[in-house]
Design a protein around this ligand. Structure first.
Ligand SMILES: [Zn+2]
Length: 227
């Protein structure tokens, strides 16, 4: 298993680590600051010493695979793993903004994708929203309010004992893995999420609502951009 340093501190932009495996699939470290693609958030990019990491994905058994270009490090070697922080921070701002979008549009979410420039959520939304300016204003008001973003872990047992908690969550938590990570934004949102987020919503900065596209009978895709 790789020690996922970003889980406890998403602001770490580098770490020293030991190479534990080098395969055609990728490089495995004992610990990493690189987020592997998942939950709509792309994998991180950066370097292991001077080797370029062009993507990061989940490997088997709780490992993280760093996909490298060109030369590869040696097993047992100590490397400095450094993120492309500008890109990662943009993804953290966008990711947190999507949590807020799901508050501004309180409808079931059927999908989503996070990008450094543009992100989207797909909603179960048969009718187009009447007032898109109001949605954009609500989003920016939540950003300006600078709500703290925190996380907590809850066991399946605690979850089962607190059915009211699940009711307050905008997404149903996955069970069966023993514990679930919850991300709380002030008193406005609580949902299970394994991604990386900014520390408070003010760090997102102003956003604008992009296209609202019809995707099939029931769904609409809502995009946001940095303003
Ligand atoms: Zn999240």
């Amino acid at each position: 298993m790789t020690d996922l340093l970003f889980r406890d501190d998403a602001t770490l932009d580098w770490c020293e680590a030991t190479v534990v495996a080098v395969t055609s699939a990728g490089v495995v470290l004992d610990r990493t600051v690189f987020y592997p693609a998942g939950g709509g958030q792309p994998g991180d990019t950066g370097t292991l010493d001077d080797i370029v990491v062009h993507d990061t994905v989940k490997g088997e058994g709780g490992t993280v695979l760093h996909l490298c270009q060109g030369a590869l490090p040696m097993e047992g070697q100590t490397v400095t793993a450094t993120l492309d922080w500008d890109r990662r921070f943009a993804l953290m701002r966008m990711h947190t903004a999507l949590h807020l979008l799901s508050v501004a549009i309180p409808l079931p979410v059927s999908g989503g994708a996070i990008g450094a420039e543009k992100s989207r959520l797909d909603f179960d939304m048969p009718e187009a929203p009447e007032d898109r300016d109001a949605i954009e204003a609500a989003l920016n008001a939540m950003i300006e309010a600078d709500h703290p973003v925190t996380d907590e872990w809850i066991t399946d047992g605690e979850l089962a004992a607190n059915p009211g908690l699940v009711k307050t969550m905008s997404v149903q938590p996955p069970t069966g893995q023993g514990r679930v990570r919850l991300v709380r934004i002030g008193d406005i949102d609580l949902q299970p999420c394994g991604g990386t987020h900014v520390a408070s919503t003010g760090q997102i900065g102003p956003v604008r609502l992009g296209k609202i596209e019809k995707k099939g009978k029931q769904n609409r895709r809502v995009s946001i951009h940095f303003a």
